[in-house]
Design a binder for this molecule. Structure first.
Ligand code: BGC
Length: 500
């Protein structure tokens, strides 16, 4: 039996669904043709191109605020200087360690950067799980765990006697004071270890290593995963000047003109800025597009009010948004004949990977049936199609919001350089971008519409957080180091005047 949601008539939704004869794969979002009682929940997720343009304009203002020496302290989009001033030029070389912390796993890598062949080789790597009790325990426990994983790895590689330089991919918002001094602003993505916010993460790592006293590390470069992603692609394509992650969390970095980076001394050249765009909306500026489901996701998260934009986009939250929608539709008797299941009512049980599986072109409906059965739900073919429509709606919004944010960055780079037309490359990574069957197409099509004067190549990064971190360390070694300027109260007053 085949159907298309476009043929559904609001008076008799179920019967019409059953009569419809279009291809199973054609489920366009023609909301006019779905019943008003379903539409009222889905419509707030559909953002018109005009709305996305408006959102992009808001983000642009926030970005300028974040870059300002005196407006930065109140900016929701932090625009953090990374002290990475150059993308790779192909002359980098050496052996490095890389640590990658940002999701549920922690990785240690041994990486060789080879000048002659312009290659970054991963010699070996090891994954250590981060158990929930460590994610939410004390900072000391977390860093002892990291130091222990590193010790195991060095042992296995016979590297304990060496003091190799280390790239530390720490994918949380950090105020970087210098390349090797980085203060955690706040945790995101389910981490909440005590005694780390406000502290220098490099020092916490070194302290943990010194507590063990069985090995040491050389110079450290702190890297956000977006920066590692940009750098790992930059080795292959030197016009790569943007890094974007759409995975458990979301964020982007890009090369900004030094003269606009008011918090760092110097006017010449460029510096990579970690935008932390996930924080967009933390001042309430996205309330007009937050749905009732987004509000619940935020309120029930471990960090309410923080990273509002991220909570509408990234893998940590998309499944939960879909689950909340499905619960509401079931309560209103629009799904599963009004009968929920314990699994559906359990927060976190509808995983984001289900969305990708349900939206697969050929196997999607079958996958959906299996998933619903596993969740203990009694479904019919109409339910299956409506669940797929819900997944589509939530993932398209995510892709379009990312597109609006990325368009803001490429348009800014173009304007910064006074160009009529910009050709640029974005290094991308993250499970949502990589695994969802049509997320990247949706995102690219919308960026194209929102930034018509830019041609963008998307390069999926090959292990940005590992190899990319080694690249940052290598590039940092050939760059002069600089540091963050202090913001004084008197300066701030002067700037608040400017801001009015
Ligand atoms: C963090 C960013 C990171 C992003 C993607 C966000 O939650 O704040 O620093 O780049 O996740 O991992």
């Amino acid at each position: 039996m085949q159907m298309s949601i476009t043929e559904v008539n609001s008076d008799n939704y179920t019967n019409n669904c059953k009569k419809a004869k279009m291809s199973e794969d054609s489920l366009p979002l023609h909301l006019d043709s779905i019943p008003p009682e379903v539409k009222k929940y889905l419509k707030p997720f559909l953002l018109s191109q005009e709305k996305l343009q408006e959102i992009s304009a808001r983000l642009k203002k926030n970005m300028i605020q974040g870059l300002g020496k005196h407006t930065h302290h109140k900016a929701p989009v932090k625009m953090l200087p990374t002290f990475v001033r150059a993308t790779p030029d192909g002359t980098e070389k050496g052996d490095f360690l890389a640590l990658d912390l940002g999701g549920t796993n922690f990785r240690v890598l041994y990486v060789r950067v080879m000048e002659e062949e312009q290659k970054v080789l991963k010699m070996d790597s090891q994954i250590c799980a981060i158990p929930q009790d460590i994610m939410r325990g004390t900072g000391e426990q977390l860093f002892d765990h990291i130091a222990a994983c590193l010790a195991d790895f060095l042992d296995s590689q016979n590297l304990k006697g060496q003091t190799l330089p280390l790239g530390f991919t720490f994918s949380f918002p950090c105020e970087q004071i210098e390349i090797d001094k980085s203060i955690l602003i706040h945790w995101t993505k389910g981490f909440s270890c005590s005694e780390v916010e406000g502290k220098d993460v490099v020092k916490l790592l070194r302290d943990a290593i010194h507590r063990r006293a069985d090995y040491d590390i050389g110079s450290v470069a702190m890297v956000n995963d977006t920066v590692g992603t940009m750098m790992s692609c930059g080795y292959k394509d030197q016009s790569c000047e943007i890094g974007m992650i759409i995975g458990t969390g979301t964020n982007a970095c890009y090369m900004e003109e030094m003269k606009n980076v008011k918090r760092v001394e110097g006017e010449d050249g460029r510096m990579c800025i970690n935008t932390e765009w996930g924080g967009f909306g933390d001042d309430g500026s996205l309330e007009d597009i937050q749905t009732q489901f987004d509000v619940v996701v935020d309120k029930t998260s471990i960090n309410p009010g923080i990273h509002i934009f991220e909570k509408m986009i990234s893998g940590m939250y998309l499944g939960e948004i879909v689950r909340l929608l499905l619960v509401k539709l079931t309560e209103d008797k629009l799904l599963f004949k009004g009968k929920t299941s314990e699994a559906l009512l359990t927060p976190g049980r509808f995983e984001t990977r289900f969305i990708s599986e349900i939206e697969e072109q050929d196997r999607g409906l079958k996958n959906c049936q299996n998933i619903l059965t596993e969740l203990g739900l009694k479904w019919d073919s109409v339910d299956v199609r409506l669940v797929r429509l819900v997944c589509d709606t939530v993932s398209i919004r995510s892709a379009h919001l990312c597109a609006a944010a990325l368009a803001t960055i490429v348009n800014r780079i173009r304007e910064n350089r006074g160009l009529d037309y910009l050709k640029t490359t974005v290094g991308v990574d993250g499970t949502v971008y990589r695994k969802h069957p049509n997320f990247s197409d949706k995102l690219q099509a919308m960026v194209h519409r929102l930034a018509p004067n830019c041609s963008i190549t998307f390069l999926v990064s090959e292990d940005g957080s590992g190899k990319g971190a080694a690249m940052v360390t290598a590039v940092a070694q050939r760059q002069a180091l600089s540091h963050l300027l202090e913001d004084s109260d008197s300066d701030r007053k002067e700037d608040e005047e400017e801001d009015k």
